[in-house]
Design a protein around this ligand. Structure first.
Ligand code: FES
Length: 120
């Protein structure tokens, strides 16, 4: 079961360590369950309000396959958080190309991660 750590410079009292209940939950669902104040609006990968940075806790371990969803690609491109070259590489190695994710779209995997919010 992955350990998700939420951290925000704006909410230093809100650093929370939460064990994800299942691998079907998005970061946003886990945040809501743990009263983490990640901003969101559409909850459907359309608006980009839930933009977060996701870092692996142990960078020595190989990253798990967890590519961006089609909606994430569209929104992150519009926000200038991902390049076409990064998207092309992701299609080859099946791994998210950088730390930017949409909390309402990213489903957690069996990997300990740090979620930084708000990220803009
Ligand atoms: Fe709109 Fe996540 S809440 S993209």
């Amino acid at each position: 079961m992955p350990l998700i750590t939420f951290s925000s410079p704006l909410h230093k009292d809100k650093t929370v360590y939460a064990a994800a209940g299942s691998h079907t939950q998005t970061i946003l669902q886990i945040a809501k369950d743990n009263h983490i104040p990640i901003d969101f609006s559409c909850s459907d990968g359309e608006c980009g309000t839930c933009l977060v940075k996701v870092k692996r806790i142990d960078p020595k371990k190989p990253p798990l396959a967890n590519p961006l969803t089609e909606r994430e690609i569209k929104v992150l491109k519009e926000l200038g958080k991902i390049t076409q070259a990064e998207i092309d590489q992701m299609m080859v190695d099946d791994i998210a190309p950088n730390e930017w994710r949409l909390a309402c779209q990213m489903v957690v995997r069996d990997e300990d991660i740090l979620v930084e919010y708000p990220s803009r």
